[in-house]
Ligand binder design. Structure first.
Ligand code: ZN
Ligand code: ZN
Length: 108
């Protein structure tokens, strides 16, 4: 009875929707699949769609909302002295280390 070729049935069932939505930012942040596949990172105009990214403010150029991005993707990161970025990173690391150290050195 099954006269239809399996291949044909498959193509019929599949909607022509090649472009999958995917938010790289959410994916990188280990969000659930339903979250990062529910939206794109940016729309066609290049504006940020991702709510989480929109909330960020770039530490280098202060961009936020439509223009939001992480330091790594900041257009200024090429212009700005890399030492500045390293300094920022070091500050974050130091801060983290200090917090850890406080926990470990507490011996009395
Ligand atoms: Zn997102
Ligand atoms: Zn920036």
């Amino acid at each position: 009875m099954a006269a239809t070729a399996p291949g044909q049935a498959e193509t019929e069932a599949m909607p022509v929707r090649r472009k999958k939505r995917l938010c790289k930012f959410c994916k990188k942040n280990n969000e659930a699949k339903v979250v990062y596949e529910s939206h794109n990172l940016r729309d066609k105009q290049g504006r940020v769609v991702c709510r989480k990214l929109r909330q960020l403010t770039c530490r280098l150029c202060g961009a936020t909302g439509d223009d939001a991005h992480t330091i790594k993707y900041c257009p200024l990161s090429d212009l700005v002295d890399h030492a500045a970025i390293m300094k920022l990173r070091r500050e974050i690391e130091m801060d983290r280390m200090m917090k850890n150290r406080r926990r470990y050195t507490r011996k009395s």
